[in-house]
Each structure stands twice: as structure tokens, then as C-alpha cells.
Design a protein around this ligand. Structure first.
Ligand code: MN
Length: 239
């Protein structure tokens, strides 16, 4: 048994090397696995399933091929690709997950999430998130032309980058109280997420029991993956 977890690939036509790395990961390692979980921000930006961006085609094809090989793929929205919808799911065969999902692997209950929901110290981001996740905002956005959407997405990105540059680093990490509360709510001792681009494995006490938080890294300089097999899990880089 091997279950793979990845996140924060931020695939973008302007970074073809990243796309190549993802395609070879899918064709080689993921094709041999028993399941693949993508925990958000597969794409740098996603303006709708009707996007005509040419660089998306091989990515969608690779995921569809994975499904044909009998490897189930699960996708969870990130803060960049939260508009991925049913059409993408149908084209790739990926099953769309909710923002929190508990899966059981080798007898262990694992809570999966992208990670941004746990960054509760970042109040302006949480406000922006609320707006962008509102169904009526999304309906209005998706009714615009692709060019209009590209412009709006670029503006949001610029606003975010400016805001990020002005924020202290610790504000943009997860809030430990939010982590503990959420893990207790779902009844898990293990949490796996991405988003912060701070890969690591953190052990801590959760109401008197040992708890673990695994953080996937981004794919800017190299890939990052959690491989879970019969011996347990490992967080590793892919070069
Ligand atoms: Mn993210």
C-alpha cells in the first residue's frame, strides 16, 4: 500500500519546469500508487473550469490517465484554485473533497485540509477568503468573460502579495489554538496540510495525548510529498 499526498504545486504556464516535474511524478510514481491526494493549490490560479489555458491540457490529461490506470485521485481546494468545479472533476476523474476530510490510513484517522483555514491570526486574509468563497460572488465572477476574470484574479493576487509583504511571518502560519480545536472537533491525533510552504512534522500535546501535524512543502524549487505505506509515513522532497 502506498498513498501519496501533495499540495502547493502552483502550476503555471510561466514555470514550465514545474509542470514537467508534476507530469513525470504522475506518470512514474503516482501511477504505481494506490491513491493520490492533492491538498490544494495545484494551480497558481484557476479562473474557472471553462478556462482555455493551453498549459492546463497536459495536466488534466495526466490526471485522467491516472484514473484510467485505476489510481483514485482526490482533490481539495486551495486558496488559488478554489474555483475548480464539477467539469474539472469530470475531465480528470478526481473526486472533489470538502475543506476538512477525515481519512483512515492503516488504522490511523488523519484529518486533511489545505491549511489556510487554520491561519486564523491573519484576519484580513480570512475576510478576503469569506468573500471569495461566497457562492454569489463566485457566480458573478464566473459569469464574466475569461479576460475579465484574468484581470480580477491578477488584481486579487497583487493585493495579496502586497498584504503578505507587510505582514509578520508568524501571522501567516497556522494558529496553534485553531489547530488543537479543529483536531479535537474531528477526533484525530494527526493532521496533514499544506499552504504555509513550511514543510515539517510537528509533535505536540493535545489534551494529554500525542498529536502530530504534518506540513507539505511547495513545489517551487523541488517537489514535496508525503508517502504513506505499510511502514508508516514519510515527508520527503522530490528532486
Ligand atoms: Mn495555499
Amino acid at each position: 500500500m502506498t498513498i501519496l499526498f501533495i499540495s502547493d504545486l502552483h502550476l503555471d504556464s510561466e514555470r514550465p519546469a514545474g509542470i514537467e516535474q508534476f507530469l513525470s511524478f504522475i506518470a512514474q510514481e503516482a501511477s504505481q500508487a494506490d491513491a493520490l491526494y492533492i491538498l490544494g493549490d495545484l494551480f497558481e490560479v484557476w479562473i474557472g473550469d471553462d478556462s482555455t489555458e493551453l498549459s492546463n491540457a497536459p495536466i488534466i490529461e495526466a490526471l485522467a490517465n491516472l484514473e484510467l490506470k485505476g489510481v483514485p485521485c482526490y482533490f481539495m481546494h486551495g486558496n488559488r484554485d478554489f474555483l475548480i468545479g464539477k467539469r474539472f472533476a469530470a475531465a480528470t476523474g478526481c473526486k472533489l473533497l470538502e475543506e476538512y476530510e477525515v481519512v483512515e490510513i492503516g488504522g490511523t484517522r488523519v484529518l486533511l485540509t489545505h491549511g489556510d483555514l487554520l491561519c486564523t491570526d491573519d484576519k484580513p486574509y480570512m475576510e478576503l477568503r469569506k468573500k471569495l468563497r461566497n457562492p454569489s460572488w463566485q457566480k458573478d465572477f464566473l459569469s464574466k468573460t475569461l479576460d475579465e476574470r484574468k484581470t480580477i484574479a491578477a488584481n486579487i493576487r497583487e493585493y495579496s502579495q502586497q498584504a503578505i509583504a507587510e505582514k509578520p511571518q508568524e501571522i501567516m502560519d497556522v494558529n496553534q489554538d485553531s489547530v488543537a480545536k479543529t483536531m479535537a472537533q474531528y477526533g484525530v491525533n494527526l493532521l496533514l496540510h499544506g499552504h504555509t510552504h513550511r514543510p515539517g512534522i510537528h509533535h505536540f500535546d493535545l489534551d494529554g495525548t500525542n498529536a502530530t501535524r504534518i506540513v507539505l512543502g511547495d513545489w517551487y524549487e523541488q517537489g514535496s510529498v508525503v508517502r504513506w505505506n505499510t511502514e508508516g509515513y514519510q515527508l520527503e522532497n522530490i528532486t
